[in-house]
Design a protein around this ligand. Structure first.
Ligand code: CMC
Length: 396
């Protein structure tokens, strides 16, 4: 019975071999295909990084141009798919719409479902990257009762998303009063790059697990979105903002730090701690700096940012957090930036999903190319009753 190792959190078990992302949790190092996250965040556009994750090398100018064209060409969604949104209740959570609508893409691309052709697999992966912002923006427009905005081929990935989110008109142009600020586009580009991949996190492992059975890529990514939604994973950015709103003012911070330390209180400081990073999260360091820049630009004296700084300061000085190596993670500041970019709180995890799609499809592609691919079928330690005989219902 107990011939298996009990490692439920995969703490000491590598579930696969991968060439995509490297993390050294003790040193706070994160590399995509060997390139430090700091360099990619500073110099790249998101689609360049998506290409890198998918193909293994940075694109040259022509390759990037072609990839950008393919991504924007695939951004449009089928009119029938667009109508799916009408079926959702007006206050449906955008993640609920995302998981449903992305899964339903399987119903539109029958010829791609057998996954046999490598070239076709890249088309499916590119399609997913292209469509995700359109589906995400459509779920937001549905929730606020505004008409759908079609994607535009002439805008970059992040700018196009902002336009689909915030364009006042279904005529699909950005008017003088509602033009998209290029600094906002830059901030969004950076956040997307930082969230693009993170090796075998829960949602990526879910995509791989589903993919290992031969399931189609759309179903696999929908499974990844479902796993991402939880507050211990991608849902943390939304949970951080809700937590800061609950804390309210800096005077309440010590009370909440005490709650987080109390073993009898389930409350955790959201945006703190990481399964792999036990020193600092390099993504949090980059985001913290961007947070300052975006808030300076918007000239918002956002009390939430001040409050976030107060929470960080208290926690970093506290024995409990020091001993357990709990530092701010990527999600601690991303919500504050998204809020400054006017992204509603319930869209935060959706933003994460748009970016992480690049990682999900890259892992799916890598797994599909592996000739030694095995169906992921973990074993368990059975702790239930020993064999026993059936008891007729009238004698139970
Ligand atoms: N606040 C208070 N205590 C904490 C926290 C926290 N945020 N995180 C961990 N701990 C404590 C935990 O109670 C446990 O204490 P004890 O050993 O006394 O039982 C100890 O630290 C270890 O916790 P764990 O849950 O076993 O550690 P883990 O490595 O499995 O958890 C984590 C990692 C991210 C799930 C956890 O730190 C957490 O729940 N953080 C808050 C949620 C969050 O910010 N999630 C975003 C993660 S980064 C983005 C992403 O990858 O999606």
């Amino acid at each position: 019975l107990d011939c298996f190792t009990h490692d439920p959190g995969f703490v000491a078990t590598a579930s696969c071999k991968s060439k995509i992302t490297y993390i050294d949790g003790d040193k706070g190092i994160l590399l995509y295909r060997g390139y430090p996250i700091e360099q990619l965040a500073e110099k790249c556009e998101f689609t360049e990084v998506a290409y890198l994750l998918m193909h293994g090398e940075l694109p040259n100018e022509n390759q990037l141009l072609k990839f950008n064209l393919e991504v924007s060409d695939k951004a449009i969604i089928h009119e029938s798919l667009r109508k799916f949104f009408d079926g959702f209740h007006y206050d449906a959570h955008p993640m609920a719409m995302l998981v449903g609508v992305v899964g339903s893409l399987s119903a539109f691309y029958h010829s791609e479902l057998n996954n046999k052709d490598p070239a076709q697999r890249f088309i499916s992966a590119t399609r997913m990257i292209g469509k995700m912002p359109t589906i995400a923006a459509a779920s937001y427009r549905h929730s606020v009762g505004r008409p759908f905005v079609y994607p535009r081929m002439d805008l970059g990935y992040c700018e196009n998303f902002m336009n689909m989110m915030f364009s006042r008109s279904s005529q699909n142009y950005i008017d003088q009063d509602h033009y998209i600020d290029q600094d906002f586009v830059k901030a969004l580009n950076l956040l997307f790059i930082l969230h693009a991949d993170h090796e075998q996190n829960a949602s990526t492992s879910t995509v791989r697990l589903a993919g290992s059975t031969g399931a189609n890529p759309y179903a696999c990514v929908a499974a990844g979105i479902a796993a991402l939604w939880g507050p211990a994973h991608g849902g943390a950015n939304e949970a951080v903002l809700n937590m800061l709103a609950e804390i309210g003012t800096a005077e309440n911070v010590p009370k909440y730090i005490a709650k987080a330390k109390d073993p009898n209180d389930p409350f955790r400081l959201m945006g703190f701690g990481h399964r792999v990073y036990k020193n600092f999260d390099p993504r949090a360091t980059i985001i913290r700096k961007t947070c300052y820049e975006v808030l300076k630009k918007t000239q918002t004296d956002d009390p939430l940012f001040e409050l976030a700084l107060a929470v960080e300061e208290h926690a970093l000085k506290d024995e409990y957090f020091i001993e357990k190596k709990l530092y701010p993670n990527v999600d601690f500041y991303s919500g504050v930036i998204y809020k400054a970019l006017n992204i509603p709180v319930d869209m935060f995890t959706v933003m994460f999903a748009i970016a992480r799609t690049a990682g999900w499809v890259s892992h799916w592609l890598e797994m599909m190319e592996d000739p030694n691919k095995l169906i992921s079928r973990p074993r368990q330690l059975y702790v239930g009753p020993a064999q026993r005989d059936y008891i007729p219902i009238n004698t139970r």
